[in-house]
Design a protein around this ligand. Structure first.
Ligand code: BDR
Ligand code: CA
Length: 313
């Protein structure tokens, strides 16, 4: 089978960085058409910087990185420096990028790519707030029918929320954008916290990254060292959850994940539960299914894949 063409929409973020590295390390499975940056974990100037740092770390200065939306559709930006550090990529010391940003706006790149590639051959992989994707759907609604699939990290059902008691960060930051995406009619696969909180970098898994002995292996180990202090303190968990790499791992090896095809709606009205993913896991409504909402992961298989692929860079 030829590799799947994807656009990675991202707000790096240490875990975004690992997701990008996994994709770039897997050319037989994934062709990265471009990377579109969005404001999220940190403001846009930093997410565009961090995306290029990661491409350079992977030796892939040929990958086009586009700047996208610098704020959610209807709200002020909420960021997560408390998790990811001041730069969004705290941990390893990596050189400032020298590769330029690609010319043009990320939203236009998404639209133009979907119109240029054969229908049903491009998958969107959002790893941050859904602003760029929703803006593209608003500007050019005809692209919806051309998307092969959206595989996104966001939301939660059993784990409820990480930025508020009710909401996961990516959805909370731009709930109106998430609402547009979930209502788009596009085939959607969701990696919620229910899955990503099982993808934990234990000490042995982190040692395996470091033992690769490569700049990429060491940088990933240092990123997860930094990132884990937050979740260890908050949840008492064994290590950092690798949220976003679940998306690119799914594109490579979907059999690592299991879930249910259900109805998922986004709360956009309530102040208390803003950004909640109201997932009908138990099928108690007659609302039509609009997403495959994952619930479980073969974590050992996931880390085997990740370590093997990162070892190639
Ligand atoms: C999501 O929010 C960000 O902090 C991570 O990069 C991930 O995409 C997890 O809630
Ligand atoms: Ca992210």
């Amino acid at each position: 089978m030829s590799p799947r063409k994807i656009i990675i929409d991202t707000d790096p973020g240490q875990d975004d960085a690992v997701a990008i590295l996994l994709a770039l390390a897997s050319p037989e499975d994934i062709e990265v058409l471009g990377i579109t940056a969005v404001a999220g974990n940190v403001p846009l100037p930093l997410t565009t910087r961090n995306a290029r740092i990661i491409c350079e770390l992977a030796g892939r200065t040929d990958v086009a990185v586009y700047a996208g939306c610098d704020a959610p559709l209807k709200r002020p930006l909420v960021t997560a420096e408390h998790v990811h550090g001041k730069t969004g990529l705290d941990g390893p010391v990596l050189p400032e990028p020298t590769m330029p940003l690609a010319e043009g706006h990320a939203v236009d790149f998404i639209i133009e790519t979907l119109l240029a590639e054969p229908e049903g051959t491009v998958t969107l992989c959002p790893l941050g707030p859904l602003t760029n994707i929703a803006a593209a759907l608003e500007k050019a609604p005809e692209i919806a029918a051309r998307v092969q699939e959206i595989v996104l990290m966001g939301g939660a059902y059993f784990e409820v929320g990480n930025i508020t008691p009710a909401a996961e960060f990516n959805i909370y930051v731009d709930p109106e954008a998430a609402d547009i995406v979930l209502k788009s009619g596009i085939k959607i696969t969701v990696m919620p916290l229910d899955v990503t909180h099982k993808a934990l970098v234990t000490k042995a898994r982190n040692d395996a990254f470091r033992a690769l002995g490569t700049p990429v292996g060491v940088a990933v180990a240092e990123m997860t060292d930094f990132f884990e202090r937050f979740d260890k303190e908050k949840y008492g968990s064994a290590g950092a959850p690798l949220h976003d790499p679940c998306v690119t791992a799914y594109v490579i090896k979907p059999e690592l994940f299991t879930g249910r095809h259900i109805n998922v709606e986004i709360e956009t009205g309530s102040e208390l539960t803003l950004g909640m993913t109201v997932a009908d896991w138990w099928g108690v409504t007659d609302r039509a299914p609009n997403a495959t909402f994952m619930g479980d992961i073969d974590a050992a298989g996931f880390f085997d894949l990740l370590t093997e692929r990162l070892g190639r860079l």
